[in-house]
Design a protein around this ligand. Structure first.
Ligand code: ADP
Ligand code: MG
Ligand code: ZN
Length: 477
């Protein structure tokens, strides 16, 4: 059996956070009452004319600059013709042979190895509406609120060689998008959607194998799992003497498999032609210069800066730098209390745990940098232990309480009173004579048991350094 190599290319659709839709003035907002943000243009009435949203063009170009792509100062919209009930125009307005941007790249690092992944193109297009099939009802609904909202499609070259690389590439693009502020990047709501094209070939071959296109990948984890499954499935098929069929497959996250959805269309099936209602998109030198001069900081630059200026270790810096909201909170807090690593630890531990637990978006965080800085400070001062800091963290999330006032009011301030600790240590040792003997006989690992017991006696409020010191002193005797 030959050894196989996986080949993966990504198509990423990013919902742009403009105020209005791509070709009309309807609000571009998510979660409203169905069919309330609809006009003649996005409902596809005959005789209407689309007018291009300039902000969407700017956003697409900012993404192009982020991936070092060439911006075509003259590009063209094209009609991609197909019928579906959620698309009343019967065509999507997209770009075909003259897209807005081409020939970019992103650098990714996986297992210490950095590789450059080509970005074939970035183009603008409008989104379709949504068909809704309620369970138990014998009919379907169409909601056109999303119809006509702006998307960019980012297409990568088939340069990725593993599921890990695909996820790294996707995360890099995601970090850019949210740092540019051109999208909220929400994968569950479909604001950042990814199709993965996967094929395999005998290692060493330079010909591309037949690809399948995986859809329904609405988290980084699903992207990873679906690609892994698909690579294994295709290798098995080839080993069994079968052929891979070019098709679109859906990922089923419950069963962790992919299954065939439909045969894959070819471009010629769509009968693309230039949209006669839309003149070419022209981008001036002045616009380009202005956008370049006002690009926000991107994750790669921020990562380098966090390591250099704040001396954060790479993995911490990477996590904080990838998200502009975390990055801002970190820097604001670190400026107030320049123990940067301690601030970072509070964010990567208790804060991320809180956010994950509630599925909360970093953009909506109300936690104040002042509270974070103060929390780090009162731990350092020995006022509270790290454990108490973690315990009260959830109460700081709504941005009202301040930690010092909170722990004082609650009587959570750490006990550094030598007599109280001495008394607790004496009680614990008296209550556990067997462990004391074992410890003195050489089982020094029992120290953490004693510390735990003393902490329990003192409701977690004892100064840990003092507890350790007192215990050591008593046990040595
Ligand atoms: P389509 O709309 O037909 O899917 P696109 O050009 O938009 O075509 O996207 C093609 C995507 O598939 C690109 O990301 C490209 O890198 C990838 N791709 C093309 N051929 C292969 C292949 N044999 N194996 C893996 N990926 C491929
Ligand atoms: Mg495709
Ligand atoms: Zn409209």
């Amino acid at each position: 059996m030959p050894e196989y190599e996986a080949v993966i290319g990504l198509e990423v659709h990013v919902h742009l956070a403009t105020a209005s839709k791509l070709f009309c003035s309807c609000p571009n907002s998510f979660g409203d009452e169905p069919n309330t943000n609809v006009c003649e243009v996005c409902a596809g009435m005959p005789g209407v004319l689309p007018v291009l949203n300039a902000k969407a063009v700017e956003y697409a170009c900012r993404m192009a600059l982020a991936v070092h792509a060439e911006i075509n100062q003259r590009s063209q919209f094209a009609r991609k013709n197909y019928f579906y009930p959620d698309m009343p125009k019967d065509y999507q307005i997209s770009q075909y042979d003259r897209p807005l941007c081409e020939h970019g790249h992103v650098d990714i690092t996986v297992n210490g190895k950095t590789r450059r992944i080509g970005i074939t193109r970035i183009h603008l297009e409008d989104d379709a509406g949504k068909n809704i099939h309620p369970q138990g009802e014998n009919l379907s609904y169409v909601d056109l609120n999303r119809a006509g909202t702006p998307l960019i499609e980012i297409v990568s070259e088939p340069d990725l060689r593993s599921a890990e690389e695909a996820v790294a590439c996707l995360k890099a693009l995601h970090g850019m998008v949210i740092s540019l502020g051109i999208s909220n990047g929400n994968m569950e709501e479909g604001s950042f959607r990814c199709d993965a094209n996967v094929s395999v070939r005998p290692r060493g071959s330079d010909r591309l194998g037949t690809r399948t296109e995986l859809k329904n990948l609405n988290s980084f984890r699903h992207v990873q799992k679906a690609i892994e499954y698909e690579i294994a499935r295709q290798c098995d098929a080839l080993d069994d003497g079968e052929q891979v069929v070019q098709e679109t497959r859906l990922y089923d996250s419950v069963r962790n498999i992919t299954h065939a959805m439909r045969g894959k269309e070819d471009a010629q099936d769509y009968r693309y032609f230039p949209d006669p209602d839309l003149p070419p998109v022209v981008i001036t030198d002045e616009e380009l210069t202005q956008w370049k001069a006002t690009q926000p900081e991107l994750p790669a630059a921020r990562l380098a800066r966090f390591m250099d200026e704040w001396k954060l270790p790479a993995p911490d810096a990477e996590l904080l730098a990838a998200d502009p909201h975390l990055a801002r909170l970190f820097e604001d807090a670190a400026r107030l209390y320049p123990e940067a690593r301690k601030i970072a630890n509070l964010m990567l531990g208790p804060l991320l745990r809180e956010l994950n637990q509630h599925g909360a978006a970093t953009a909506d965080m109300a936690l104040r940098p002042e509270a974070l800085a103060e929390l780090a400070r009162i731990v350092d001062q020995g006022l509270i232990s790290a454990k108490i800091a973690a315990d009260i963290f959830p109460e700081l999330m709504d941005g009202t309480a301040m930690p010092e006032e909170l722990v004082r009011g609650r009587g959570l301030v750490q006990v550094s009173d030598g007599n109280a600790i001495e008394a607790a240590v004496t009680r614990v040792l008296a209550a556990n004579p067997a462990e004391v003997e074992a410890y003195r006989g050489g089982k020094t690992k029992l120290i953490s048991f004693f510390v735990g017991q003393v902490m329990r006696e003192m409701h977690g409020k004892a100064n840990p350094a003092l507890v350790n010191e007192t215990l050591a002193h008593h046990l040595e005797r």
